[in-house]
Design a protein around this ligand. Structure first.
Ligand SMILES: *Cc1c(COP(=O)(O)O)cnc(C)c1O
Length: 406
């Protein structure tokens, strides 16, 4: 090795420090005068303070202070701002999945001895989470008929602390009367949390109906790419926000700036994508509804969907998700063969991306408070951004091959 090759490491640079030190202490701030459209990716574990007074004056309730990379960086903060304003809330917290956001609502608001009400058609892992808490932590979780409306009042007990809502249910599509349930809950001093993933925050505005907490699986439309897992909790009330924020800090969960930047990249097109999914799904559901193999279409915008009137009153759109119930003459094995023969609809749970998806569900085993009225097999479709003519041909070919459809 020559003297020259070692020089950067051995000889101090102009400021008196060596290369190895200067590579660490370069001024890495974005220089004034540089402008570009994307939100910069600010990755950080530790955040550094200008002096000790700044460090000592940290107040965990103050969302405008930078404290630790786990809690917020400028990238996650920008995403939180945009999501809170989308839903008409004032505060937002981000989580590594939609389910982690749901979990945080339980841990932030519920303690042993409390009672929670969950709609019978809720997102499955929410039910499982509630059951697990009930078994392990001495709370009670009870399931209620999603169509109960203001009848929820009769179920409220002195120790009821939280009522979950989900409208529509993401498999069976009943649309709850959210305003009625939220009003009764507020009168009785019970908090309400809605899983608002179906509407992406675009088609339903929970805080206009007195709901306290809105949860989103950003994994769905907000990501839009089937490549990010993230969740959000949006609130209006400071005290509820602080309770949820404290639980989040205690559990040590956070999100990466890189993932936030992917969601920030997808948000501008979300409304247009949602409308395109809605148009294609409505067209396919209408076409399927007229077919002989189908006993019922479960789509909130269709008149025979339970809660359709609530949907008409409270929602401004439907997105790409709907279910159908096949005629009971078909065996599950035939339905399974139909699904597996689809070429464009992939078998998978997490919708919201560009690709169409399909999942069969056995609904009776998913319920404890209500009786499922249909006999035939339920299949949920998520309609992506493919050309809808190709999607229809795909379904038609598979119906013909496996269910004898003309
Ligand atoms: C997907 C989904 C979730 C959970 O989101 P993950 O990010 O997959 O944990 C919660 N609620 C509903 C309605 C969902 O569709």
């Amino acid at each position: 090795m020559t003297q020259d090759n070692r020089k950067p490491f051995d000889t101090p640079e102009a400021n008196g420090w060596h290369w190895q030190t200067n590579i660490l202490h370069a001024d890495t701030q974005v220089p004034a005068g540089f402008a570009a459209m994307p939100v910069p990716v600010a990755r950080a574990s530790t955040v550094v303070f200008p002096d000790l007074a700044a460090m000592r004056s940290l107040d965990w309730k103050n969302d405008s202070q930078w404290r630790y990379g786990l809690h917020a960086t400028p990238t996650s903060m920008e995403l939180m701002r945009r999501l809170a304003s989308l839903e008409g809330g004032r505060h937002c917290l981000l989580f590594p999945s939609g389910l982690a956001a749901i979990s945080n609502v339980y841990f932030g608001l519920i303690k042993s001895g409390d009672d929670v009400l969950v709609p019978d058609n809720a997102y499955g892992p929410n039910r499982e989470h509630g059951d697990w808490l009930a078994e392990s932590f001495g709370i009670t979780v009870r399931y209620y008929d999603p169509m109960i409306g203001e009848g929820i009042g009769a179920l409220i007990r002195p120790n009821t602390k939280l009522i979950w809502l989900e409208a529509p249910g993401s498999v069976t599509m009943e649309v709850q009367d959210v305003p009625a349930i939220a009003r009764v809950a507020r009168e009785r001093g019970v908090l309400t949390a809605i899983d608002n993933t179906y509407s992406a925050g675009l088609a339903f505005r929970p805080f206009e109906h007195q709901v306290d907490i809105s949860v989103q699986a950003l994994t769905k439309y907000q990501s839009g790419g089937s490549d990010v897992l993230m969740g959000s909790v949006v609130t209006v009330d400071d005290d509820i926000h602080h309770r949820l924020k404290q639980a989040r800090m205690r559990m040590g969960v956070g999100v990466s700036a890189d993932d936030c930047s992917l969601v920030l990249r997808s948000l501008p097109s979300m409304r247009l994508r949602f409308e395109a999914h809605d148009r294609a799904a409505t067209a396919l559901a209408t076409w399927l509804g007229a077919r002989d193999e189908i006993a019922a279409v479960l789509h909130p915008a269709f008149e025979d969907c339970p809660g359709h009137r609530n949907f008409r009153r409270d929602f401004t759109g439907a997105g790409g998700l709907f279910s159908v119930v096949f005629h009971e003459r078909y065996a599950q094995a035939q339905i399974d063969a139909f699904i597996e023969a689809l070429r464009l609809f992939k078998i998978g749970f997490s919708w919201g991306g560009a690709h169409s998806l399909v999942v069969p569900y056995r609904v009776p085993s998913m319920r404890t408070a209500t009786t499922w009225p249909h006999k035939g097999a339920l299949v949920r479709f998520y309609v992506g951004l493919e050309d809808v003519r190709d999607l229809q041909s795909d379904i038609e070919a598979s119906l013909k091959a496996h269910l004898g459809g003309a």
